[in-house]
Design a protein around this ligand. Sequence first.
Ligand SMILES: NC(=O)c1ccc[n+]([C@@H]2O[C@H](COP(=O)([O-])OP(=O)(O)OC[C@H]3O[C@@H](n4cnc5c(N)ncnc54)[C@H](O)[C@@H]3O)[C@@H](O)[C@H]2O)c1
Length: 262
Amino acid sequence: MKLLHDKIGIVTGAARGLGKHLAMRLAEEGCHLVICDIDEDEVKKTGKEVEQATKRKVVSLKVDVSKETDAGNMVDIAVKEFSGIDLLISNAALSFSKSIFEFDLQSWKKIIDVNLFGYFLCVREVAMIMKKNKSGSIVQINSRTGKRGSSKNSAYAASKGGGIVLTQSLSAELAEFNIRVNCVCPGPMFESDLWQKVLFDNYAKRFGITKEEVEKKYTEEIPLKRGCKYEDVANMVVFLLSDQASYMTGQAINVTGGGTVW
Ligand SMILES: NC(=O)c1ccc[n+]([C@@H]2O[C@H](COP(=O)([O-])OP(=O)(O)OC[C@H]3O[C@@H](n4cnc5c(N)ncnc54)[C@H](O)[C@@H]3O)[C@@H](O)[C@H]2O)c1
């Protein structure tokens, strides 16, 4: 029997990157899915790919997780299509890195809105359904940055740090309904667009070195000497969502190859 056989799951930010990988993995583990993203065309493509590869039912939606009406609509559609929700992965996030003196206030607030408030909203909406069934498991994709901060990245770090305390708070509040809430804190995922399209170039310029040297520098800091792969994160997420983790809630689990974060 697959670990998440016939469970109903929601994945946010599933158009690309880690979210897309998690959608495919959940379906491979037996889930039917509602996947959403602000990028409607791409999330619909993801939905078709996942459905074709796994023969699981996938509903793809345009959703801005920071909007109350969108989050509510996502849950209404999940309930209409599947008559319940068992699992949520809150993965959608934004990141712009700027110094404290360069950050414009709108962008700073936007990151908190999507990464922190959006996480809260999605949990609130799904928990209203999960509490009726006295069962549910929620995982937020956090970051090692949420535990140790990051220079010239204050909004993202604050949003992720807030996400850890929010996870702890909501886990305590929702335990009486048998809803578990955990988060996963990955290290750098070099295969992601963030690294491939932004960070390798930014750090190469900042340190005056090549992109290859940037990857080597960051890899050297990791005891297991490699970046975090989507699959590393997916393995932990599936475990936390499954009944194998039925005694775990309120945790922020590092998937960092031994990289030092508390
Ligand atoms: N890339 C890394 O190295 C890394 C490391 C640690 C943690 N993370 C975390 O992993 C998660 C996925 O990262 P990724 O690299 O795949 O990111 P990504 O930017 O490639 O994907 C994020 C997705 O979220 C969507 N999104 C953005 N704003 C949204 C909104 N308001 N509503 C709905 N969807 C929205 C985007 O369209 C995109 O498809 C994020 O939570 C990120 O913070 C990433």
